[in-house]
Design a protein around this ligand. Structure first.
Ligand SMILES: Cc1cc2nc3c(=O)[nH]c(=O)nc-3n(C[C@H](O)[C@H](O)[C@H](O)COP(=O)(O)OP(=O)(O)OC[C@H]3O[C@@H](n4cnc5c(N)ncnc54)[C@H](O)[C@@H]3O)c2cc1C
Length: 509
């Protein structure tokens, strides 16, 4: 079926399909790839065109602020507009392609982490991770968290029980890496008989029928026609912020929005806390000093053509320290060792001369899991966009537990490195400066969280809205906790799992 520019359709056009997907980003497209050539008639309603467009991108703008205890508020009003892309392919046009599966602990209910626990464990996703790797042209990751087969290097973390090496690989399927291949990935579903992609088709509302199911969607083109779309099932795949915005803005039948009786839509917004010691850190004096240069090629995250490892703290160590999941990634760009006197007041100063060895100083970045917080949230602004839709606004809140977890994780890594004589870590980030020191994560998670029971979230383990029987959500907005890896491989795995479910549900399996 074709790719249709919806701006050329007559006003009042009614689009019909078995399955209507809102959004053609990586989540919506992988879902469509999986349903290609099946008996399910699919319509993808994509708000953007084939390439990013400044006018359409402005629909994403909205106010945003980061807040955390003991830190001055940090206004980041360009964030909502600049941390995603409104075009077919979505943020896939710009993403870095860094991928890995979540760790088993990311799915676990951890007594020391409130609101933690997915409705299923890591094992459930294993076959879907494999298929997601195939879509994203990645090596498959072993379930035990080891390195992909054929990796020739020995993990440095084997030297200590507290550290594990955790594999990552880069997908070449990014508009930034191979635009032609990425375009083929975006267009391919429309070459199947059963799939129709509509461009410039902005969904503005989900309308419910008397039974509380989605009856139809309202659509508008910027300065163009208004339409409706009807299906037997609907999947929201508009991204981690926009999924929540659409549900909240669809308030004609329910003032609180769709699927929001339990008041979780838009809440628990999470990214990842990332402290980088390289270019992003104005002080530039946090460093890892490694005592050895052996085996370090495995930790070099610069080459995109082979898997690399990052350090993760062992689950038992996380529990002992009471921290969330966390990783440390080295950047193998040796630089002259700084003088100890230049360090200032460090939270942890294990850095120092390593006796009898030739140490090398390296940049690193520490990524730490953010705790779900109901008050960290997307809401609707009083301001409207060019389609007349209320803009999204973000209040991104961190709690004391996030600061404690960050400092505790840095301590954990420093102790593990220092205790084994592997190296030293210098960590000078003062708690009162965390918000200004961190780079705002472009991983948008948690705003339509998955839960076993309706009182604890928006969608169930099948990604179906607890309250709306014919509505599903795809994308990282369903993650109840962020876990500690870039989210796209997991959202792709969940989209594939959803495709299998929908085939069965629609009698096409
Ligand atoms: C600079 C950058 C670097 C990144 N690097 C990485 C990385 O290395 N690894 C990683 O895992 N992740 C990374 N990410 C995150 C990654 O890009 C996202 O996780 C992923 O692209 C999300 O896919 P999605 O389909 O869920 O959402 P999106 O990509 O946001 O797609 C949503 C789609 O819905 C459309 N849409 C939105 N609203 C509407 C509407 N109302 N009606 C119709 N259509 C609509 C949009 O146009 C878009 O096509 C990065 C992100 C950025 C910005």
């Amino acid at each position: 079926m074709p790719v249709t520019d919806a701006r050329g359709l007559p006003d009042g056009e009614q689009i019909e399909a078995d399955l209507v997907i809102v959004g053609g980003g990586i989540a919506g497209l992988i879902l469509a790839h999986e349903l290609a050539q099946s008996a399910v008639r699919v319509a993808i309603l994509e708000g953007g065109g084939l390439e990013p467009d400044a006018e359409l991108q402005k629909l994403y703008d909205g106010p945003a602020v980061m807040k955390g205890p003991g830190n001055p508020d940090r206004t980041i009003n360009s964030y909502l507009g600049q941390s995603r892309v409104r075009a077919l392919g979505g943020s896939g046009h710009v993403w870095g392609g860094k991928c890995g599966p979540l760790d088993a602990i990311d799915f676990a209910s951890r007594p020391w982490r409130p609101l933690s626990g997915w409705p299923f464990g890591r094992k459930e996703l294993t076959p879907y991770y494999d298929r997601a790797c195939d879509h994203l042209k990645l090596p498959r990751f072993p379930q035990d968290g080891g390195l992909p087969q054929g990796t020739p290097f020995k993990p440095l973390g084997e030297a200590t029980a507290a550290l594990r090496a955790s594999p990552r690989a880069y997908s070449p399927l990014s508009g930034r890496v191979d635009p032609a291949a990425f375009r083929r990935f975006c267009d391919a579903p429309a070459r199947a008989q059963n799939i129709h992609i509509y461009l410039y088709a902005n969904v503005t509302a989900l309308r419910l029928n008397g039974a509380g199911e989605v009856d139809h969607l309202e659509l508008r083109c910027l300065n163009g026609p208004q339409m409706t779309a009807r299906g037997r099932r609907y999947v929201l795949a508009a991204g981690g912020i926009e999924n929540a915005r659409l549900l909240l803005a669809s308030n004609k039948e329910r003032p609180e929005g769709v699927a929001n009786a339990s008041d979780w839509v838009g809440r628990c917004f999470q990214g990842h806390v990332v402290i980088t010691t390289g270019v992003d850190d104005p002080r530039g004096d946090a460093e890892a000093m490694l005592a050895t240069s052996q085996d370090l090629a495995l930790y070099d995250n610069q080459p995109r053509d082979r898997p690399h490892a990052v350090f993760v703290l062992d689950p038992q160590e996380q529990q002992r320290l009471g921290v969330g999941n966390c990783t440390m990634t080295l950047s193998l760009q040796p630089k002259p060792a700084p003088k100890a006197g230049a360090l200032g007041a460090s939270a942890i100063q294990l850095y120092g001369a390593i006796e009898g060895r030739t140490a090398q100083a390296l940049d690193f970045f520490l990524m730490s899991e953010e705790a779900p917080d109901r008050d960290s949230r997307i809401t609707l602004s009083a301001e409207t966009d060019a389609l007349g839709q209320p803009r999204a606004q973000l209040e991104w809140r961190y709690g004391q537990s996030d600061w404690d977890s960050l400092n505790g994780s840095a301590t954990g890594f420093a102790m593990a490195f220092g205790g084994q004589g592997l190296g030293r870590i210098c960590w000078p980030v003062d708690t009162k400066d965390v918000l200004t020191s961190m780079s705002p994560s472009r991983h948008h998670m948690g705003t339509t969280r998955m839960s076993a029971t309706p009182s604890q979230g928006v969608v169930d383990a099948d990604c179906r809205a607890h309250e709306v029987a014919n509505l599903y959500v795809a994308g990282s907005s369903v993650f109840p906790t962020s876990g500690l890896v870039n989210p796209t491989l997991t959202l792709a795995a969940l989209a594939i799992r959803l495709a299998d479910h929908l085939k069965r549900d629609l009698g096409a399996a």
